[in-house]
Design a protein around this ligand. Structure first.
Ligand SMILES: [Zn+2]
Ligand SMILES: [Zn+2]
Length: 169
């Protein structure tokens, strides 16, 4: 959504709102933005300074990092930046450089939203995860693999050795 700053010639406040489709965006090997991204806010002009404030939110679709259960995480970001036409201000925090008289509001909001994403999510803090041997969900069932959790490559070796023992008998 383009914001045309020339409109601020007629009023001190320029409200905006809309949705962003990020369903094709990849993050950490998945496409987690399957829900619409909703935003609203305003650009205000005060004593020659332009300021953008607003909120952007969505539901983030991911999986528990341990048991792979699908999760829907409410995600939101508050944005409060100064809009500057001075390119050297870019190094400063909370400054967004505007070239010309208009800019895409997505360029301000989307990075702020993505900053709120954690690398991993868990369905609960003490999620027991999946059994590395049989793959069952250890939150829901107890498998016979028990504490004897073996590396899948070692499991192949163990099977071979078992076979040999069988022959010896
Ligand atoms: Zn889990
Ligand atoms: Zn198991």
């Amino acid at each position: 959504m383009k914001i045309d700053l020339r409109k601020l010639a007629h009023s001190d406040t320029l409200p905006f709102s809309g949705t962003i489709d990020l369903s094709g965006e990849e993050l950490y090997g998945a496409k987690p933005f399957q829900s619409p991204v909703v935003f609203s806010g305003e650009v205000t002009s005060h004593l020659d300074a332009l300021r953008l404030t607003g909120e952007v939110k969505t539901t983030y679709h991911t999986c528990c990092a341990r048991c792979l259960k699908p999760l829907e995480i409410p995600l939101s970001a508050e944005v409060d930046v100064v809009l500057s036409r001075n390119p050297s201000a870019e190094e400063e925090d909370d400054v967004f450089i505007v070239e010309g008289t208009e800019f895409e509001v997505e360029d301000v909001l989307v990075p702020a939203l993505i900053l709120q994403v954690d690398m991993i999510y868990l369905c609960r803090e003490d999620c027991k995860g999946l059994c590395p041997s049989c793959g069952c969900d250890l939150n829901e069932s107890v498998c016979s693999c028990g504490s004897k959790q073996v590396d899948p490559r070692m499991a192949v070796l163990a099977k071979l050795l078992e076979g040999n023992e069988g022959r010896q008998d």
